[in-house]
Write a protein that binds this ligand. Sequence first.
Ligand code: TXA
Ligand code: MG
Length: 314
Amino acid sequence: MMDKTELLFPDAAGLDRAVALLRQGALVAFPTETVYGLGGDARSDLAVARVFAAKGRPRFNPLIVHVPDVAAARLLAVFDGRAEAVAARFWPGPLTLVLPLREAGLSELVTAGLGSVAIRVPAHPVAQGLLRTFGGPMAAPSANPSGRVSPTRAAHVLEGLGGRIAAVLEGGSCAVGVESTIVGLLDRAELLRPGGVTVEALEAVLGPLALGGSAEKPNAPGQLASHYAPTAAVRLDARDVRAGEVRLGFGPGECDLNLSETGDLVEAAANLFHLLREADRRAAGRGIAVAPVPDLGLGRAINDRLRRAAAPRG
Ligand code: TXA
Ligand code: MG
């Protein structure tokens, strides 16, 4: 427990300060194009243990390792032809690949002792600047307490983790707004979590994706049934209005908050977590009613997160 979390501006001095903290095994939250990540040195057991402790995350979940480019990724994992093809097409960007682990000095806490590793190359310039200045792999789950709504602004990080982590790099609002798509390439190509790269775009490169994982045997934390949960109860596919509910709309029509007035799924994804927080604040114990969102393209990632927000709390 520390009493103050530093808010760092992402200029050279801010990046140097962030790297000095990371080298001490401290935690620094940073912006990516998907959500803010809670970064720690992926080679340090102590730093990775601190990530789990700060989030209050169940231990059975391995963490995503962030690197600046595919060359750095190849040091950590074994790339086959499929991995090279999707990496060339979608990195840097909102895609995470689960690949066979190389022995490369990662903390066993990062991989949870599995023979595989989840790797992501973020596109956000602040994430890129941090990774290049740090010069090593960074473990980074979303920078929120486990089970709560993911942060898409530095202020969200401070709300959830202020006082529990060393610093946050300021990077404005995250453009994509939902986490990366996770694809397993250990055997069959498997979709482990829908996210910022659409299934349609991935299948154009990989062919049909199998559905991997389940709520009973989670291998990505987004697969726990209740996740991304606001405090208020969430009702999905709401076509009517019930007394007292805060209405979260999509497309034209009356509502309290709108994911996208024009029905644009990209805009809706970018707004999702911020508006869930705002709806939760306004609900003050009452419910949140969410309008239907089409289940295609980024809509799949949005509906996946909404179903978890609405799931019975464990
Ligand atoms: O967009 C994102 O992916 C964000 C930003 C910060 O990069 N990160 C993120 O990390 O969402 P996280 O930890 O909240 O969710 C990713 C999950 C891991 O927690 C884990 O369960 C899964 O990816 N994962 C990691 N290693 C894995 C492995 N070897 N096999 C299967 N799943 C794995
Ligand atoms: Mg998360």
